[in-house]
Design a protein around this ligand. Structure first.
Ligand SMILES: [Zn+2]
Length: 320
């Protein structure tokens, strides 16, 4: 059994081929900036998928696709996805099945990542855990009794849109004060930029030509060097992230919270404050049950997730 996995994002996408144990035979990450639109990006992804398949030497049995929601998993189509403008209504499964002649399966990228961690990562053997991806946005996945919990409309797990500050900053979803508007990579960069524009003193001023170039990664780096402004921006974002995790812990009583996505590359600068907030702000018995760990699949969590979706769906469909 060989699986082609595709993790589609608004900045970059990753394509790879794996065997049934989730072991990657070949993979590649390519820029797919959403300004180029779906046509150009899909054609890049399809051609890289052909290269990756050739490099793996495998013949593909099924395809798994992960991308931001909301989407219609069964129909294989996207709704209006905020980081993929113009993709609304596209049937991704049909596009890939037509190209490769094998079944394709679509799932929300965060649910896919959670399933990937359940099958091949930090969630192996854990019945009840939740997954947060903290990158451009904040997404979530829930595994209960070893299976993804999807909700009645299949959009459960939107931890990024938990209300943290009821009248806080505007969020991509149209509401205000969501976790995503306070602690995603994009939001950390925005909060820093707004502070700098308002005249805050920071080493960040010397590191970038334009405040538009400030990123969450630079804020973390400046904070690590002791820059007072960056520390304040970073620790406030980590406080909000911890509150978001504590809320989810109180609702779901998971054994494990797995944190993945680009912002988690900050390592202990992220995990230490989040663990601290959860230990103090989640209810005591629930806080005692939970461990907070990084995603085992690192940068490839989304890709491994897309592959896990295809393996599980392909086998569930009665294939050997
Ligand atoms: Zn929101």
């Amino acid at each position: 059994l060989a699986i082609l996995g595709i993790d589609i994002g608004g900045t970059k996408s990753t394509v790879g081929v794996a065997d049934r144990s989730g072991r990657l035979l070949s993979h590649k990450t390519i820029p797919t900036p959403n300004v180029l639109g779906p046509k150009a990006n899909l054609s890049t992804i399809l051609s890289v998928a052909c290269d990756v398949r050739e490099e793996s030497g495998a013949s593909i049995d099924a395809i798994g696709i992960g991308c931001g929601g909301p989407l219609d998993r069964k129909a294989g189509t996207l709704h209006k996805v905020s980081n993929l403008p113009g993709w609304e209504g596209l049937c991704l499964t049909a596009i890939f099945t037509e190209e490769f002649g094998v079944p394709a399966y679509l799932d929300n990228d965060a649910t896919a990542a959670a399933l990937g961690e359940a099958m091949f990562g930090a969630g192996r053997g854990i019945d009840c855990f939740i997954y947060f991806t903290i990158s451009t946005g904040i997404g979530g996945g829930i595994i209960i009794d070893g299976k993804p919990y999807r909700g009645c409309g299949e959009n459960a797990g939107e931890f990024g849109h938990a209300k943290i500050i009821p009248d806080g900053p505007p969020c991509n979803c149209g509401d205000r004060g969501c976790l995503e508007s306070l602690a995603s990579g994009t939001s950390i960069a925005r909060i820093a930029r707004e502070g700098l524009e308002a005249g805050a003193k920071s080493i960040l001023d010397e590191w970038v030509c334009s405040y538009k170039d400030v990123t969450a990664e630079l804020v973390a780096r400046a904070a690590a060097q002791g820059d007072a402004f960056a520390r304040e921006v970073w620790s406030s974002a980590m406080y909000h992230l911890g509150i978001g995790v504590a809320n989810a812990v109180n609702v779901l009583n998971p054994r494990l919270v797995i944190l993945g996505g680009g912002v988690t590359k900050a390592g202990d600068m992220l995990f230490a404050p989040v663990r601290d907030v959860v230990s103090r702000r989640a209810m005591r018995a629930l806080a005692a049950d939970v461990e907070i760990v990084p995603a085992a699949n690192g940068d490839l969590t989304g890709l491994v997730g897309a592959i896990a979706v295809a393996i599980k769906s392909f086998l569930d469909d009665g294939n050997a």
